[in-house]
Every structure is written in structure tokens, then in C-alpha cells.
Design a protein around this ligand. Structure first.
Ligand SMILES: [Zn+2]
Length: 588
């Protein structure tokens, strides 16, 4: 689908009011120039969740949650970016715009969804009517799959042969090309395309909206001859392994408001659990759990349980999952690890001990913090002082990956208990020695120009009151200035110059998913002292100061060149001019 143009996001954020959007979900009270409520993202008794109408921005002093109306919907309603935009647009009575240039690809991708649906229908039909389908039916029966579950998950059958699907759906050249683009046919130099999936149980993989985007195929005959046991669709324009989770759409359909999701290894596990009415299992598709997967899952539920084999490979995979989970852990989110007895998978285990016993295991899964400390403790001798010090050493980089203050604090408390330190002692030690630089502490960061660089202060001013920059002349020179943040400042100035009405939220949205956004959001939380006129002058002064800085940089460069290799005539004139013009020499 075409990108949503920035101009549309600007207009949308101009049209809606974040106060209405939040108030409809979390009733707000007016407090001074802001609105307040008890934070919906952490538990508290006195309100520290603040919404600024002029900035169109919210911020919680308690847990650090912050963002625009779009971010709020993503977090609170657990929507992805596009869905949040669509929601807001609907409220504002706007039709979501898509970029023109990409209407062509959108058309083609719509066709890919179509052809995948047709393929799914074909495979289902084959399971019912193909003369050799009995083998597949027997296999499904032997796995204990009922007709209901098979129908609900759209299970089908790809019969033996090289061109069943191509014959059925590849009516013309264009259709055959689509089959190849969708990953269903493999192009073959001179013999024409052939079916990717042959003699397999076919499981359609859906995206979060229930559209079929890929297939998984389970082999029926012997492995060596017919390829791998499980074969998945390749990456295509509509299928990205690292992003999709098998069973998520089905789980959300089956449970109205799920509170937990169980991450298992494969789609057959999801189906087996569904057979026992355990409807909250999802599977990654032949990849490890990525950060993207986790963000998706945490948007739907507060609790994720990873299911792994109890053996060494399982523990290692669990450790990788833990490493990916740390950066997305926030207060209110929970991750746990369920290790299965040796040689068992969810399928065999649930069949052996039944639903209740299995769910008991799920409920008793090991919390992330305990798994982390357990694993690290095994590498040290906890009875010795050295060993305990080493444990602190090992866990420090892991804990510092946790962005959320409250959650990190909780982890520290557990670590302190493990090594027998007083509560707070360890965290203090770690944060004292500079490692804490990675830990944002918004409350202790007043935007004093003395403490911060002028560029940072300029960015701070613009982010909070974009209108302050409306009268600044073009400052293209910033692109040449060799100072951190100069390019970002230039970008901000340009945006406001082209759109003097832009608000903080719309400005921040331009950096969504970019590394600068974290810093910009933090700056947006600050309060600006002083009146607008004073602030505008401050911004003007900084720009003039930076202009002098650039001249200084240039003068130093010429001065150095003069010393080492000499200057040509033109450069000499420039050097002289700069010398007269600014105070560069004093600064030497
Ligand atoms: Zn909060």
C-alpha cells in the first residue's frame, strides 16, 4: 500500500485535539494550562499524566510515557501506526491519503492477496476431493485434528505433481507471474514455472487483518526425497517473516480481550493447542523472536510466555529471546519462560496431560527476571564475594538495556536480593559510575543553555514552540556546520519555515521510528520559562552565534592550511575577511 504522506499526518494532527482523543478513554481534568489524569500506563494514586493542548503532546512524570495522539492510540488501543492513523482520520472525518506514486504497487499487492486467497481455496478443495487426499486426512486424524479446527484454520492439501496450482490459477502469463511474485510458483529458466508446494498439508498464514499472506507446508512422504519437513513461503512483497506471527489473527478472533499469548515454535503446535481449546498460542515463522514481534505482541496483551524445549538448545534460544525482550520491557508488561520436559513439544505434552495441566504450566512459567538471574548466577559462585561482584558485573549491561525506569528498578531490587545488598544500593552504584548515561532521567534535565549546547537549546525551543522559528531566515549554513545536531536543527527550521502553523506533535511525528525521535520527545517534555518574545530572541541569538561558529570553523581551517601548505589568493582574501569580520583570533 502507498505511504501515508507527511502532509496528511500534519493535517490530521492539526484537525484533531489530543485532549479529546485521550479524554474519551481516560477522563482528563484541567490543571493550570495543562490537563491531568492518573496515568493509564502505570499504577498511581496521584495524577502525573499530563496532556499539553498547545503542544498536542502527553507526558507522564511517573513512568516517562510520552508522545502524540498517534502514539497514544498505538499504546492505549494497541494499534499499529497505520491503524492509529486510520482511527484518528475517521474521528476527524478525513479519508486517509496514500502517496500517488505508489498506487501502482498497491494495485499489484491487492492482486497478491487475491491470488493467495484463491490458492487457499484451491488447497481446501483438494483436501476434500483429490483422489490422493486420504493420506492427508489420515495424517490430520492421527494428529487428533477435528474438522472444526481444520476448517477454522483453513487447512488444505497440495497434491503431488509439479503444476497443480499453476494449472488451476495460472490461466495466463500475468497470472503465472503473480503466482511467482506471491512465492507460490518457482520460475524455471527454460521449462516454465513449477509449484513450490507439492504433496503437503497446507496451512495458510494470515496477517493481523486476516488476509492470507503466505503458506506453511508440512510434508507427507519421506523427508529426504521431498524436501524439508516444514516448508514456508519465501519473503514476498506481502510476507516478511521477521514481522508476522502465526495464529495472532485467529487468537484475537477467538478471545475478545486476550490477557496473555504463548509463543510456540511452529504452526502445528498452535493447531494442536487450539484443538485443546488453548486459543492464545502464536508461532514465529522459522525465525527467532524479533523485537518487532515482541512489540506487536505487547500491543495486544500485557503478558507473553515463551515456550521452549528444556534442553540446551532450548535454553540458548530462550536467552536470545530474553535479549530481544529487555529493550521492550516496560512497567505493566510481563514476559515469562516455560521450559518443556525433555523430548516433549506443546503438541505431545498437551495430548499427554490435557488442557488443565498444560495451562498450569503456562501460569507457573518462570518470570523473565528470574530466568535472567538464574542463567547469570550459574556462571558465578554466589557464595563468594568475588562471585557476587561478578554477577553484578554480568547483569549490569543487561539491565541497562531496559529503558523503563520502574521495570529496571524492579530488576535491580531482585538482583540486590540475590547478592544480599541493601535495596537501592546497587542501582546507585551502577548509575553513579557513568553507565547511567544510557538512562534518561527527564525530571533532572532542565534546559539551561549554560549546561546544554546552544544547538540543543535551539532544538529544545523549536520542538516545544515551533512558531518561535517562523520568522527565522533560511539557515542553509547549518548544513556545513560541523557540530552535533546542526543538521537536525536545520531540518527543524526548514519544516517550520514551510509550515509555520505546525504543532509539536506533527513535528515529532516526522521522526517516528528514527533514532532522533527519543531525544526530541524528551525535549518536548520540558517546560519553557519566559515569554514568547524573549524565547524568539533567544533562538535568533543562537542562530547568529552558530553562524559565527561556522565562520570560526572556516577561519581555523584556513589558518591551519596557511601554516602547513599556504593559501591561494582567493583563500587569502577570505582569511583576511574572516579575520576582520569576527573575533576568531581571540578564540584561538
Ligand atoms: Zn505513567
Amino acid at each position: 500500500m502507498g505511504r501515508i504522506p507527511q502532509s496528511f499526518i500534519d493535517e490530521l494532527l492539526n484537525r484533531i485535539d489530543i485532549v479529546d482523543v485521550i479524554d474519551a478513554r481516560v477522563p482528563l481534568k484541567k490543571a493550570g494550562s495543562n490537563y491531568k489524569a492518573c496515568c493509564p500506563f502505570h499504577t498511581e494514586k496521584t495524577p502525573s499524566f499530563t496532556v499539553s493542548q498547545p503542544k498536542q503532546f502527553y507526558h507522564c512524570f511517573g513512568c516517562g510515557a510520552h508522545g502524540t495522539a498517534i502514539s497514544f492510540l498505538m499504546e492505549y488501543d494497541r494499534l499499529d501506526f497505520v491503524d492509529a492513523i486510520e482511527d484518528l482520520a475517521q474521528q476527524a472525518g478525513l479519508e486517509v491519503e496514500r502517496e500517488q506514486g505508489s498506487s501502482q504497487p498497491q494495485q499489484r499487492e491487492d492482486n497478491l492477496y487475491d491470488i493467495m486467497q484463491q490458492a487457499a481455496d484451491f488447497y481446501k478443495q483438494q483436501l476434500r476431493s483429490h483422489p490422493q487426499a486420504q493420506q492427508a486426512v489420515d495424517y490430520l486424524k492421527q494428529r487428533g485434528m477435528s474438522g472444526e479446527i481444520a476448517a477454522e484454520f483453513g487447512v488444505g492439501y497440495a497434491p503431488p505433481g509439479w503444476d497443480n496450482l499453476i494449472k488451476a490459477l495460472g490461466k495466463d502469463e500475468a497470472a503465472r507471474k503473480q503466482l511467482a511474485r506471491a512465492g507460490m510458483a518457482i520460475e524455471h529458466d527454460n521449462k516454465g514455472p513449477y509449484d513450490r508446494f507439492r504433496e503437503r498439508i497446507m496451512i495458510p498464514i494470515t496477517d493481523r487483518r486476516g488476509r492470507i499472506i503466505a503458506f506453511g507446508g508440512r510434508i507427507l512422504s519421506s523427508e529426504d526425497e521431498h524436501g524439508p519437513k516444514y516448508l514456508n513461503s519465501p519473503e514476498t512483497p506481502i510476507f516478511h517473516k521477521g514481522r508476522e506471527l502465526y495464529g495472532l489473527y485467529e487468537a484475537r478472533k477467538a478471545i475478545r480481550n486476550p490477557q496473555k499469548l504463548l509463543v510456540v515454535e511452529g504452526y502445528m503446535d498452535v493447531l494442536a493447542l487450539a484443538q485443546f481449546d488453548i486459543r492464545y498460542a502464536v508461532a514465529t515463522l522459522g525465525t527467532a523472536t524479533t523485537k518487532e514481534h515482541l512489540e506487536t505482541l505487547f500491543r495486544v496483551v500485557p503478558r507473553i510466555i515463551f515456550c521452549f524445549d528444556g534442553d540446551r538448545a532450548g535454553r540458548e534460544a530462550a536467552w536470545r529471546a530474553l535479549e530481544n525482550a529487555l529493550p521492550v520491557m516496560h512497567e505493566g508488561r510481563e514476559a515469562a519462560f516455560l521450559f518443556l520436559p525433555d523430548g516433549e513439544d506443546p503438541d505431545s505434552l498437551v495430548r499427554q496431560e490435557g488442557r488443565e495441566a498444560f495451562e498450569q504450566r503456562v501460569d507457573q512459567a518462570m518470570p523473565l527476571s528470574r530466568f535472567l538471574l538464574d542463567q547469570l548466577s550459574q556462571q558465578v559462585d554466589l557464595d563468594s564475594i568475588d562471585g557476587r561482584a561478578r554477577l553484578v558485573e554480568l547483569s549490569r549491561p543487561m539491565l541497562n538495556r531496559v529503558p523503563d525506569k520502574v521495570f529496571r528498578h524492579m530488576m535491580y531490587t531482585q538482583l540486590e536480593r540475590t547478592v544480599g545488598m541493601k535495596t537501592g544500593q546497587l542501582q546507585q552504584l551502577v548509575e553513579q559510575d557513568g553507565t547511567a548515561q544510557t538512562i534518561p532521567t527527564p525530571n533532572r534535565r532542565p534546559a539551561k543553555p549554560g549546561k546544554n549546547s546552544p544547538i540543543r537549546q535551539a532544538i529544545n525551543l523549536i520542538v516545544q514552540k515551533p512558531a518561535l522559528a517562523a520568522n527565522i531566515a533560511e539557515a542553509a549554513f547549518l548544513q556545513d556546520l560541523d557540530l552535533p545536531g546542526a543538521k537536525l536543527l536545520h531540518e527543524l527550521l526548514e519544516i517550520v519555515r514551510n509550515d509555520p502553523q505546525i504543532n509539536t506533535a506533527a513535528l515529532l511525528e516526522r521522526w517516528r521510528d528514527k533514532p532522533e525521535q527519543v531525544h526530541l520527545m524528551k525535549l518536548a517534555e520540558n517546560q519553557l520559562p519566559g515569554d514568547d518574545q524573549g524565547l524568539e530572541e533567544e533562538l535568533q541569538d543562537i542562530i547568529l552565534y552558530l553562524q559565527r561558529q561556522l565562520k570560526m570553523q572556516r577561519w581555523h581551517f584556513l589558518q591551519e592550511k596557511l601554516t602547513f601548505s599556504g593559501l591561494d589568493e582567493e583563500e587569502l582574501i577570505e582569511w583576511n575577511q574572516l579575520l576582520n569580520e569576527n573575533n576568531a583570533p581571540q578564540d584561538k
